[in-house]
Design a protein around this ligand. Structure first.
Ligand SMILES: *Cc1c(COP(=O)(O)O)cnc(C)c1O
Length: 472
């Protein structure tokens, strides 16, 4: 094959300086960092140059090159961490940031992040205060514990709890609870990191009280119980209840720590949700230490909450790891505001988005789904076959794994493209709308949408149908 003469095309490539002197790019460089605009122009021109040199046929002129550079600037200046619309019905979606914060928590973040604060300052005495003080009283009130503290996340809480109670000692744990919590966070690995020697008891499916009793020695520092918040062992199984472990621990002077995971502070059974232990129930059963996540079913920011006996918490606060694992002020502000809502359970259920989405009755979701169908048909005509239909939502975040939450979704079958194509276009839009696909239909669950987001979904669907099957 004869080599194409690339010289005429190369000569036509616009010069970087000429491009940067165009009025449109000059203006762009005054609103965006000049270095980013310069880099984008160079990258587009260089990209074209290598395509020409590789023999590709390229269509371009100064206008298209400038437009491509402006597009690249927009992409590079767009925040990487940005909002998405979660239409999946998976409430505590780990990959999409778990819990959405309550309004009062957001206001607290702005107030504390944008000003100096009482983070470690006691205005009454004018002296140094304690970072723990902002949430300790609230955690005590909502859990009944003697003392409490909060750290960066529950993984940190588990590390600190085990290190504080059982470093250079033995920690007893059931083989049925040696779980991976996610992202290669496994109980045996955390044990090793915390300096405790793990003593496994029982079998994968069954562990008895006598297994724990026989494992206790003079070196035992801790009995750990990991609540199956994100997995289930079903069938021929047996676990030792917390109250029984507490009896064994007390008889031998060994503290009992329950890692409860999902962080349920209210009894959610009246809403048809599973019987998850609350932190209060574990404290009442006598646990010396309980830890939970702040951003799973609790509905707050990423945090690990440790509640328990005063002498245990005092020890953990003094541990060197506590400093390394501490929360930052904005998260602490959000956690305090979220916990304050729990002082009035009605308010917590109404104002904490995670709790609201979990407990909204399906009837109410169905009404929203049917209205959404009408609005989609109003905006898009018959571009989609749209129906409201029953489906199942999930608590997500590994919490309540067996709970089928009855919900009503909008199922969309586009007439002129595949469901996969529609799902992709919604996801690549601004804002990104994340949906589910089932049986060749795109499912949109209003349970995890706000009213404003419903309007965005209708708008996005209207744009997709106006662009037609080939449009992007
Ligand atoms: C989720 C979970 C953790 C980890 O909590 P993070 O807040 O994600 O660090 C630890 N233990 C259990 C039982 C969990 O469910």
């Amino acid at each position: 094959m004869a080599r194409m003469d690339t010289r005429p095309l190369l000569r036509r490539l616009p010069r970087t300086d000429d491009l940067l002197n165009r009025p449109d790019l000059t203006e762009l460089a005054s609103s965006q960092p000049r270095a980013v605009v310069v880099d984008a122009v160079r990258d587009i021109v260089e990209g074209l140059r290598s395509r020409i040199l590789s023999g590709e046929a390229c269509e371009f002129d100064a206008d298209t090159v400038a437009a491509a550079a402006a597009g690249l600037v927009a992409t590079r200046m767009r925040p990487s961490l940005r909002r998405v619309v979660n239409a999946t019905g998976i409430i505590v979606h780990t990959n999409m940031g778990r819990s959405v914060l309550a309004d009062s928590a957001l206001r607290a973040v702005l107030e504390v992040g944008g000003n100096y604060s009482t983070l470690e300052y006691d205005v009454a005495t004018g002296e140094r205060g304690s970072r723990h003080s902002h949430v300790e009283r609230l955690i005590r009130d909502v859990t009944g514990a003697e003392a409490a503290m909060a750290v960066n996340n529950n993984a940190a809480a588990v590390l600190l709890g085990i290190a504080g109670l059982a470093s250079r000692k033995e920690a007893i744990v059931s083989r049925g609870q040696l779980v991976e919590i996610g992202g290669s966070f496994r109980i045996p690995d955390v044990m090793r990191q915390s300096g405790a020697k793990m003593v496994e008891v029982g079998a994968t499916n069954k562990t008895h009280a006598s297994d724990y009793e026989q494992a206790i020695t003079s070196r035992t520092g801790l009995i750990l119980r990991v609540h199956s918040s994100n997995y289930r062992v079903v069938g021929f199984t047996e676990e030792v209840p917390l109250s029984e472990l507490v009896r064994i621990g007390r008889a031998h002077g060994v503290p009992v720590y329950e890692d409860q995971g999902s962080g349920v502070l209210l009894d959610l059974r009246p809403f048809g949700l599973p019987d998850e232990p609350t932190v209060r129930s574990s404290i009442e059963a006598g646990a010396d230490l309980v830890s939970v996540s702040g951003d799973k079913l609790l509905g707050g920011p990423q945090a690990g909450i440790l509640a328990g006996k005063a002498h245990v918490i005092a020890r953990l606060k003094k541990h060197p790891l506590a400093r390394a694992l501490r929360m930052d002020k904005m998260t602490l502000a959000a956690l305090e505001a979220t916990l304050r809502l729990y002082l009035d359970p009605e308010r917590a259920l109404a104002e904490i988005p995670t709790l609201r989405m979990l407990t909204t009755p399906n009837d109410a979701v169905a009404v929203r789904a049917r209205l959404l169908v009408d609005r989609i048909i109003g905006a898009c005509g018959d571009a989609y076959l749209a129906v409201a239909m029953p489906d199942v939502a999930r608590a997500g975040g590994g919490a309540m794994p067996m709970a089928d939450i009855a919900t009503t979704v909008v199922a969309l079958a586009p007439r002129s493209m595949s469901a996969n194509d529609l799902e992709l276009r919604l996801r690549l839009g601004e804002p990104a709308i994340v949906t589910r696909i089932k049986d060749d239909r795109v499912l949109i669950d209003p349970r995890t949408l706000t009213t404003a987001e419903e309007a965005e979904v209708v708008g996005a669907l209207a744009r997709v149908c106006a662009a037609g099957p080939a449009g992007r």
